[in-house]
Design a protein around this ligand. Sequence first.
Ligand SMILES: NC(=O)c1ccc[n+]([C@@H]2O[C@H](COP(=O)([O-])OP(=O)(O)OC[C@H]3O[C@@H](n4cnc5c(N)ncnc54)[C@H](O)[C@@H]3O)[C@@H](O)[C@H]2O)c1
Length: 290
Amino acid sequence: MSARRIGVVGGGTMGAGIAAECLRAGLGVRVVGSGPASAERARGRVMALLDRAHTKGRIDDAQRADAERRAEFGADPDALADRDFVIEAVPEERETKLRLFTALAKTVEDPAVVLASTTSSLSITDLGNATSRPGDVIGLHFFNPVPTMPLVEVIRSTHTTDQTARRAESLVTEALGKKIVRAEDRSGFVVNALLIPYLMAAVRMCESGVATAEDIDRGMTLGCGHPLGPLAVLDLIGLDVIADVARSMESGTGDARHAVPPLLDRLIEEGRLGRKTGHGFHRYDTARAS
Ligand SMILES: NC(=O)c1ccc[n+]([C@@H]2O[C@H](COP(=O)([O-])OP(=O)(O)OC[C@H]3O[C@@H](n4cnc5c(N)ncnc54)[C@H](O)[C@@H]3O)[C@@H](O)[C@H]2O)c1
């Protein structure tokens, strides 16, 4: 049975993107925020993403109106009891996610319901063990921005059942039309395990004065054919977001290649978070509110 009623916990960058994609795919979506104000902000984000999909011709007038009818927003986690697939997208804080998974497993009593996490760096086994039903827990690591990025990493813990994996992969590939890679439950999975050491090395290179930020990025775009240089990637994703993931990976692996260089912390303290603030390693003309 494929999932029709999706619950999304946390309607920030990722939760809103996932909710909008599920709505575009014709599914029913209930987004639960940390309070009424957070739920209203989530509504604003999801509606803006649906508007963009409409403007770009990915959905027509009738589909836009229908998607809005299928969207619900609130602050009561108990309202997720009737969902047949729940995706957690709250901030990358281990204790917050553990508490949430313990509570979710009690709220959503039906054992056929998948409980998925969007974590970038935390252990899916750990999250599963916080519940009474670790077989139903799986990692679905979407990429930002969700509507345009085609990849989702699927992470099974040692407890995740075949049925859970099948249902999760079916939602991602058949309903949402994304591509998957399957990864072991190791910190950073595939993409961040390769990306974070590379980005931190680029920051250290800039910090030590080997080359300017512009030349480091030109080295990788013109010399390696990458569409963006590493410091431009940091600006795109957000320096604060990457620093949180790097710290979480460093504490999970003890690997010094994930350590956050002082330059990155200094830029974050100065409010230079990348494109979203108009300035990171590079300057941008238009800043958007974060
Ligand atoms: N931002 C990215 O580029 C990116 C990419 C891949 C994965 N992720 C992962 O996705 C997850 C969410 O990240 P994000 O960037 O969307 O964060 P975010 O800060 O943009 O959004 C988190 C949302 O969760 C809400 N929230 C906090 N506690 C809550 C609770 N107890 N119940 C319900 N809602 C709650 C907040 O109000 C906020 O709206 C993280 O695990 C992150 O590592 C992020």
